[in-house]
Design a binder for this molecule. Structure first.
Ligand SMILES: C[S@@+](CC[C@H](N)C(=O)[O-])C[C@H]1O[C@@H](n2cnc3c(N)ncnc32)[C@H](O)[C@@H]1O
Length: 297
């Protein structure tokens, strides 16, 4: 993004994250690991030519852009997101892709309301990593139900952070920090205070909650796959980028968390210890996610 558009990032953590922080310190950008997730969400959406997809929390358009060829010349993709800046960036990306632009529309709206999206107007609703930011999840599912035609489908994928939060002792962001455990605990406390595991909408639900909510608002034929991976964390390739990155849009960067919890000499000692396991990818990273599909009856 150009400098002239940077003035809003302080009040728009979504734009900051999507457009800048998400890829920091990783090789190849987000699509490298998100491509299979995108494909799984689209498979669940089961789009046919001529259909209309509403993608909720579209971000920079990863799912909707890949859906455009699937709905074909007579279909439509409605890109929606709560962040005006994200929607602008998404529109720009779709415009750059040119030939799709006429079949794409863009709505700034919250997942809880989907204001501006008509009742029964969609054949499919997709969303990925958006409900984690939504406090009133039932209201969002009700909005998905409202905009779908009878027989329409939801296909969503959400991380289940409750499976690894609060993070186990001796690790920070998955990396082994046992040797500086006392300092790591203070850094971790900054993350935990910002997003308490018991109450933060990003942590306080699991796959059974998603199933129960979907059923309550009227979705049927629900299929949920739970995937839990325990693996070594990815080796950090760009240390400075890693320091400037955050695990999610509402979390501080690692540099911010360290600076606000440790004095300069502690920070130096802590980062010197962290760097080695981080660059070697030593530790244990647990990632859990649910993929849910269902039909409006
Ligand atoms: C992690 S990104 C995912 C973007 C996109 N779905 C993807 O798969 O690449 C989360 C997106 O959710 C949007 N978002 C956050 N809260 C929202 C809400 N209440 N309603 C709609 N969108 C929201 C953010 O602006 C951001 O674009």
């Amino acid at each position: 993004m150009s400098d002239s558009t940077d003035t809003n990032t302080a009040t728009d953590p979504w734009a900051e994250w999507i457009l800048r922080r998400r890829d920091a310190g990783t090789e190849g950008g987000a699509l490298t690991h998100l491509g299979p997730v995108r494909d799984a969400v689209l498979e669940g959406a089961a789009l046919a030519a001529g259909e209309t997809l509403v993608d909720v929390g579209c971000g920079d358009g990863m799912i909707g852009m890949a859906a455009l060829p699937l709905v074909g010349d007579d279909g439509r993709v409605v890109f929606t997101d709560v962040s005006p800046r994200v929607v602008d960036a998404c529109r720009e990306a779709v415009d750059t892709a040119g030939r799709h632009a006429a079949r794409a529309s863009f709505v700034v709206t919250s997942a809880e309301d989907l204001d501006g999206v008509e009742d029964s107007s969609a054949d499919s609703v997709t969303t990925r990593s958006v409900l984690i930011y939504v406090e009133r999840k039932e209201r969002a599912f009700a909005a998905f139900h409202r905009v779908l035609r009878p027989g329409g489908r939801i296909s969503l994928w959400e991380p289940l952070n409750c499976y690894d939060h609060p993070e186990r002792d001796g690790r920070l962001l998955g990396y082994e920090v046992g040797a500086v455990r006392d300092l790591a605990e203070r850094v971790r406390a900054v993350y935990d205070e910002r997003q308490p595991a018991a109450t933060d909408p990003m942590m306080n639900f699991d796959e059974r909650d998603l199933l129960a909510i979907a059923w309550r608002v009227g979705f049927r034929d629900l299929h949920l796959s739970l995937r839990i991976e325990d693996r070594a964390p990815r080796p950090v390739e760009d240390w400075e980028g890693f320091l400037a990155s955050s695990p999610n849009p509402l979390a501080p960067t690692l540099a911010e968390a360290v600076e606000s919890s440790l004095d300069p000499s502690e920070a130096e000692r802590f980062l010197a210890h962290l760097r080695r396991p981080a660059e070697r990818g030593e530790g244990l990273y647990r990632h859990a996610a649910a993929r849910l599909v269902g039909t409006k009856r």
